[in-house]
Design a protein around this ligand. Structure first.
Ligand code: FAD
Length: 405
C-alpha cells in the first residue's frame, strides 16, 4: 500500500451537487487552496435539473450562486381540486451543464483536479483509500457520495419520473406549475410538476408521496404521456430527456445527530444527502448544498493553512443544527404520511398553499417563525385529530415505528 500526500489540500469524494458546490465555493473564496474530487462515474455533475425558490438562498449568497441558475421565472402556479393559485415567488433551475461550467475555471487552472471512474469505499478525516490500495492524504476529506439509508431514521418517499419534451409549435405555458394536484390521487399524494424551459421545451414530472420506495416507471411514463396530451393539449412533440428519482422524506429520527458527536468528529466531513442535508418535506438539497459550501469556504479562510480540524468541527455542529431546524418539518411529514389516508394527503397541501406567500417561501427556506408554525397547525385540521395527536411526539413515533420492529 502506498501513501501520497500533497495531491490537494481537500479531497472530496462524489462529484455531484454537494461535492461540486463545496469545491466551487471553497476554491472561489480561498485562492491558495487546491482540491481533488473523486467520482465513481465517468463524468462530474451527472445529468440533472435542480430547482429552488430564489428566496431559499440567503441574500448574501445569491451572487455566487447566480452562474448556476440556467432558468428563472418570476412566479409559479399551484392547482388543487378546490382552487388554483399563482405565487409571486421567483423560481430557479440549475442543471448539470451550469454546475460544470461553474467549476470549469478551477479545473482549467489546475486548482481542482478530477479523478473519474473511481469508486471509493474507505475514507477518514484525512485519508482516502483508492481501489488500487493507494492512500491519499489531505488536510480535509469530504464524503459527498449521495444518500445512504440510516437505521435511525424513519422515512417516507417522494418518487417521480420526468420527461423533457420538445414541442413542434409553442406550447403556450409561461410559468412553472409546481403542483398540479387535480390529477387522480394514487397510493399517496400525487401531483404533476411542469417547468417550461423555453417556448417549445417543458419538463413534465409525475410525483408521488408514498410509504414505499418502489417506482413503477412504465406506468408513470404512460400517465405523463396522458397528461401531456390530454391536460396540456400537446400532441406533436418528442421526448428529449428522461429522469427519475426516489427521494427520502424524513418522518422521524431516533437520536439527535449531535448525540453521536464524538464519533462524527472523527470525520470525514459529510456533505449533501450523505449527511442528511435535505429539506425533510421535499427531499430537495440545493439550499443545504449551497449553505455547506459557504460554511466550508468560511472555515478555510478563517483557519488557513491548517483548516482541516476547523472544517470538520464546524460541519459536525452544522449538521446537528440542521437536525434541530428540521424538527417541525418532520412533524408535518408525520401528519402527511401517518395521520392522513394516502388518497387524502393532498388536502394537507391544499390547505397549506392557501397560507400567505411569505409563509410559503419561509417554509421552503426552512425558516418558519413560531407564528408560522401555529398558523400551519391550527384551524380545521385536514386529517383526523386522533391520528394527528397520535403522531405528534417524535420520540413516541420512533419508539413505535423503529425500536419495536
Ligand atoms: C431526478 C432528481 C431530481 C431532483 N431534483 C431536485 C431539485 O429540483 N431540487 C433540489 O434541491 N433537489 C433535487 N433533487 C434532490 C437532491 O438535491 C439531488 O439528489 C442532489 O443531486 C443530491 O446531491 P448530493 O451531492 O448529495 O448527491 P449526488 O448529486 O447524487 O452526488 C453523489 C455523487 O457521488 C458519486 N458516488 C457515489 N458513490 C461513490 C463512490 N463510492 N465513490 C465515488 N463517487 C461516488 C455519484 O456518482 C454522484 O456523482 C433531485 C434528485 C433527483 C434524483
Amino acid at each position: 500500500m502506498t501513501s501520497s500526500k500533497g495531491q490537494a489540500d481537500i479531497i472530496i469524494v462524489g462529484a455531484g451537487l454537494a461535492g461540486l458546490m463545496a469545491a466551487w465555493r471553497g476554491l472561489n473564496r480561498n485562492p491558495d487552496v487546491t482540491a481533488l474530487i473523486i467520482e465513481a462515474s465517468n463524468k462530474i455533475a451527472g445529468d440533472h435539473t435542480w430547482s429552488f425558490n430564489l428566496s431559499d438562498i440567503r441574500e448574501d449568497m445569491r451572487d455566487w450562486i447566480r452562474p448556476f441558475i440556467a432558468h428563472q421565472w418570476s412566479s409559479y402556479n399551484v392547482k388543487f381540486p378546490k382552487y388554483d393559485r399563482d405565487l409571486d415567488i421567483i423560481y430557479c433551475s440549475g442543471n448539470s451543464d451550469s454546475l460544470r461550467r461553474a467549476v470549469t475555471p478551477f479545473i482549467k487552472s489546475g486548482r481542482l483536479k478530477v479523478q473519474l471512474n473511481t469508486a471509493v469505499e474507505r475514507l477518514t478525516a484525512t485519508s482516502v483509500t483508492l481501489p488500487s490500495g493507494e492512500v491519499l492524504i489531505a488536510k480535509c476529506v469530504c464524503d459527498a457520495r449521495g444518500f445512504k439509508p440510516n437505521e435511525n431514521v424513519a422515512l417516507g418517499y417522494q418518487k417521480f419520473v420526468g420527461l423533457t419534451i420538445k414541442t413542434k409549435t409553442p406550447h403556450g405555458m409561461t410559468k412553472p406549475i409546481i403542483m398540479d394536484a387535480t390529477v387522480e390521487q394514487l397510493g399517496g399524494y400525487r401531483f404533476v410538476y411542469c417547468l417550461p424551459f423555453s417556448d417549445t421545451e417543458i419538463l413534465v414530472e409525475d410525483t408521488y408521496y408514498t410509504d414505499g420506495p418502489q417506482l413503477s416507471e412504465n406506468e408513470i411514463n404512460d400517465r405523463i404521456v396522458e397528461y401531456i396530451e390530454k391536460r396540456l393539449g400537446i400532441d406533436d412533440y418528442i421526448v428529449t430527456r428522461r429522469e427519475k428519482g426516489v427521494l427520502p422524506i424524513t418522518l422521524g429520527v431516533e437520536r439527535a445527530y449531535g448525540e453521536a458527536i464524538d464519533e462524527e468528529l472523527q470525520g470525514p466531513v459529510l456533505l449533501g444527502m450523505r449527511g442528511g442535508y435535505y429539506h425533510a418535506v421535499t427531499g430537495y438539497s440545493i439550499l443545504e448544498a449551497a449553505k455547506s459550501g459557504e460554511v466550508i469556504a468560511d472555515m478555510i479562510s478563517k483557519n488557513a493553512p491548517d483548516f482541516g480540524k476547523a472544517v470538520l468541527h464546524e460541519m459536525t455542529y452544522h449538521k446537528r443544527d440542521h437536525y434541530y431546524e428540521e424538527k417541525f418539518m418532520r412533524l408535518l411529514n408525520r401528519m402527511l404520511f401517518r395521520a392522513a389516508k394516502p388518497e387524502q394527503r393532498y388536502k394537507v397541501l391544499e390547505r397549506f398553499y392557501r397560507l400567505p406567500e411569505g409563509l410559503v417561501a419561509r417554509f421552503y427556506r426552512n425558516r418558519l417563525t413560531k407564528k408560522d408554525k401555529l398558523r400551519i397547525l391550527f384551524g380545521k385540521p385536514p386529517v383526523p385529530i386522533s391520528k394527528a395527536l397520535a403522531n405528534f411526539s417524535e420520540s413516541k413515533f420512533i419508539e413505535r415505528e423503529l425500536l419495536r420492529k
